[in-house]
Design a protein around this ligand. Sequence first.
Ligand SMILES: [Zn+2]
Length: 273
Amino acid sequence: MTLTVGLDIGGSKILGVLVDGDGAVVAEHLAMTPRGDVRAVEDALIAVVDHLRAATDRPVSALGVGAAGLVDVRRGVVLHSAHLPWRDEPLRARLAERTGLAVTLDNDATAAAWAEQRHGAGAGAPDMLFVALGTGIGGAIFSGGRLVRGRTGLAGEFGHVQVVPDGRPCPCGLRGCWERYCSGTALAESTMPEVAHWLAVGLGGLVATFDPDVVVLGGGLGVPETGLLTHAETHLRDHLTGGAHRPAPRLVYAALGPRAGALGAAGLAATGH
Ligand SMILES: [Zn+2]
């Protein structure tokens, strides 16, 4: 049976996993993301892949990549990344050329969502929203069991939905984006209860739009210790039309931890969707 490599590339760390056809982890490797140019990052990725391939005698057939940034999935290009030097970077083609593997490229939140929907907190839920609450907000949408990507793969950028007209400026160029009020960055100037309030506000809009079975909260703040979902569960109906008269979706924390992105990237590469 062939193996698949999954990479989760963040602004500070690169996590690689080698998984078999059942999704079991055969090997794992963590590296720091280098502070440097595009080539330095690429070399670090190749080093992680080489390390994982050296850990097995079995054939490796594919490489799946989840990258922190705006990813044009169709073209295999990272359009922009806030924390990495990629600008219109043809990462899929570059990695395919250097590894000789079939490569798939996705956004990191999409990859984590895939893993949670197949094996984690959203397993068995055909209509699932994934909200990754970290420095900003990433997200992904499953509808009818299918990943909803949009035309180019950019669907699910929940963090830049405007919640306050003319509100706080966002590095993306807009104002009043949800992640300016509800994220780790927002916590520098807001209290946890204030962030929880904005979580309920934003989830109200998402639930009204997508009518999910379950909302999975992931990312660094998507852990029970924050208490965020306790508050959001109580106040969601205040921000949802017909809130007292409609069945509420389940709100749950992500189950797979920091490995979710790499596992999902490998899964997307192995299954193709
Ligand atoms: Zn924004």
